[in-house]
Design a protein around this ligand. Structure first.
Ligand SMILES: NC(=O)C1=CN([C@@H]2O[C@H](COP(=O)(O)OP(=O)(O)OC[C@H]3O[C@@H](n4cnc5c(N)ncnc54)[C@H](OP(=O)(O)O)[C@@H]3O)[C@@H](O)[C@H]2O)C=CC1
Ligand SMILES: O=C(O)[C@@H]1CCC=N1
Length: 266
């Protein structure tokens, strides 16, 4: 049966199931899900009546030709070993795991392997899934996966050498920017009588409006700073401090993430 199997009903697995089914790109009779705990399988069955639930990873592998591995990087190897006897070699494995390379995946499964790195913002149909197909992936399978992920946001095809930096921007990015919004709002609330809740509401709306402004006008961030920071005014003193200190902060953060990226699946 040519259904889509999802192993791991955590943050990403549940987001993909919700997204694929809500968008209508798949029906419940075309998806089979499993997860380690019965509680997770029950949650999926309750959320999507009629969806296929497999009791084990091997049972899922026997039913599905396309298998999305939505487990943590350190679980990928064990799961592939577990399902291997249930596969006939014609399957298409799609791994979401950051830091587990195609060479390693193809060493564990010699058939078609794709890496797809989604982003939590696809929960609201926005953001970009990064897709990197292995050498064995045929046109039909490649287009099918790109079509599926297009139903929940943008898709960008990337070379594997680009994937670490692209992952930091696209998939870690929501976490990084959320932390920045939190710090900005916290600093404003701390220095004033504005409540924390109202500060966060304003900072979040401003971040969303700023991203939309940049996207819609095509201006660069530098252009926008120039428009906002009136000479001799308020913004320029804040931007000056940020431009002096943030490069070091982000250089360190990116270096630490790249280092972890290389070690996360080990
Ligand atoms: N979170 C993100 O924004 C992003 C994550 N990724 C990648 O997606 C993958 C999943 O991440 P995320 O969803 O955040 O992680 P979670 O921890 O939320 O989910 C992982 C799920 O895997 C299940 N699981 C663990 N071991 C097994 C097993 N042996 N068999 C079946 N199911 C198992 C767990 O099931 P149970 O709950 O039933 O115990 C858990 O729900 C990771 O590889 C990560 O690198 C990629 C891009 C973005
Ligand atoms: O933090 C992580 O490891 C995962 C991969 C990219 C985003 N979240």
């Amino acid at each position: 049966m040519d259904c889509i199997g999802v192993i791991g009903y955590g943050h990403m697995g549940s987001m993909l199931v919700d997204g694929f089914l809500s968008s209508g790109v798949l029906g419940v009779d075309e998806v089979v899900v499993t997860s380690r705990r019965q509680e997770s399988r029950d949650a999926c069955a309750a959320a999507w009546p009629g969806i296929g639930i497999a009791a084990t990873n091997s049972e899922l592998a026997r039913q599905c030709r396309t298998i999305i591995l939505a487990v943590r990087p350190q679980e990928v190897k064990d799961v592939l070993h577990e399902i291997f006897p249930a596969m006939d070699g014609d399957e298409h494995i799609v791994s979401l795991a950051a830091g587990v390379g195609l060479t390693e995946l193809e060493g564990l499964f010699s058939g078609s392997v794709t890496r797809a790195i989604p982003t939590i913002t696809s929960t609201i149909g926005q953001g970009t899934t990064l897709v990197c197909h292995g050498r064995q992936v045929g046109m039909h399978d490649a287009l099918r996966i790109e079509g599926l992920f297009s139903s929940i946001g943008n898709v960008m095809l990337v070379g594997e050498e680009e994937l670490p930096a692209a992952t930091i921007l696209s998939s870690c990015g929501p976490g990084l920017l959320a932390a920045v919004i939190e710090e900005l709002a916290g600093a404003a609330a701390h220095a004033s009588s504005l409540s924390g809740d109202r500060a966060l509401e304003l900072a979040t709306e401003t971040a969303a409006a700023t991203a939309a402004y940049l996207r819609e006008t095509g201006e660069t961030p530098g252009d926008l700073v120039g428009r906002v920071a009136t000479g001799g005014g308020v913004t320029e003193v804040g931007v000056k401090g940020i431009r002096e200190r943030l490069p070091e902060v982000f250089d360190e953060a990116v270096a630490a993430m790249l280092e972890r990226y290389g070690a996360v699946g080990k």
